[in-house]
Write a protein that binds this ligand. Structure first.
Ligand code: PXP
Length: 248
């Protein structure tokens, strides 16, 4: 199982001070350097979300990351003409279509793939024709997985946010939903990834979900980096993923 590190929150920190001043010699932290640190520490992918409101990652970041990321660049994007056009210029390795709402603090809920088939189909086709592998960030629900299969995407990313925030019985129910969804998607031939809200504490639950190829983790790694540094935070997560998978 691979770790993709979402570095949006490093850009959030930079924008808090240097929005509109990215050419300042004082501008920090450098997300390009950060991506390299993550890769050297064992990340096998770098994930960024270019939001329509550009609240964290900027166009320039994505262009530069395309040049420098040695593992795999995964671009998360909403299905809007402007951002899709940019994705077609940047040509990330993977593109993950996500729902986007300007008022949300972070991506809330999965993409309604089954309700938006008509709007998603041309975007999926355009990205795939350009050689980009496409993923859909969806709820762990059979209807959404069937829609992903019909749309012909290579991958799905199961939204783990509800599980991450659940307590007591609900936690087990959510895990069961994730396991069922992962089995179903795998049986349909889809690559199964997962992300949102994963941290060192809830990782053990996530690792009981079968067939996961990649976890995309951002906020908890960046938070941990405040205390132990980015390189150590990534190493720690990579080690925890391996250790828990082996059941040690
Ligand atoms: N995967 C997707 C599709 C996301 O939108 C996000 C949040 O940007 C993540 C993974 C990472 O979530 P977190 O920051 O909670 O680890």
């Amino acid at each position: 199982m691979r770790l993709g590190v979402n570095i949006d929150h490093l850009a959030t920190l930079r924008q808090a001070r240097y929005a509109g001043m990215l050419d300042s010699p004082n501008c920090e932290p450098d997300v390009i350097v950060a991506a390299g640190v993550c890769e050297r520490a064992g990340a096998e992918g770098i994930t960024v979300h270019l939001r329509a409101d550009r609240r964290h990652i900027q166009d320039r970041d994505v262009h530069r990351l395309r040049e420098t990321v040695m593992t795999k660049l995964n671009l998360e994007l909403g299905n809007t003409p402007e951002i899709v056009q940019l994705a077609l210029k940047i040509l990330p390795d993977d593109a993950c279509l996500v729902p986007e709402n300007r008022r949300e603090v972070t991506t809330e809920g999965g993409l309604d793939a089954s309700g938006q088939m008509k709007m998603l189909a041309p975007t999926v086709q355009r990205l795939q024709s350009a050689g980009v592998r496409v993923s859909l960030f969806i709820e762990p629900a059979p209807g959404q997985i069937e829609a992903a299969k019909k749309l012909g995407v290579e991958m799905v990313e199961l939204h783990t946010g509800t599980f991450a925030n659940a307590r007591g019985d609900e936690r087990e129910q959510e895990l069961a939903r994730l396991r069922g969804a992962a089995n179903f998607a795998h049986d349909l031939g889809l690559i199964v990834n997962a992300g949102h809200g994963i941290n060192l504490t809830n990782l053990a639950g996530i690792l009981t979900v079968p067939h996961l190829a990649e976890l995309n983790i951002g906020h908890s790694i960046v938070s941990r980096a405040v205390f132990i540094g980015l390189e150590n935070a990534v190493r720690e997560m990579v080690a925890a993923m391996g250790r828990d998978r082996e059941g040690k």
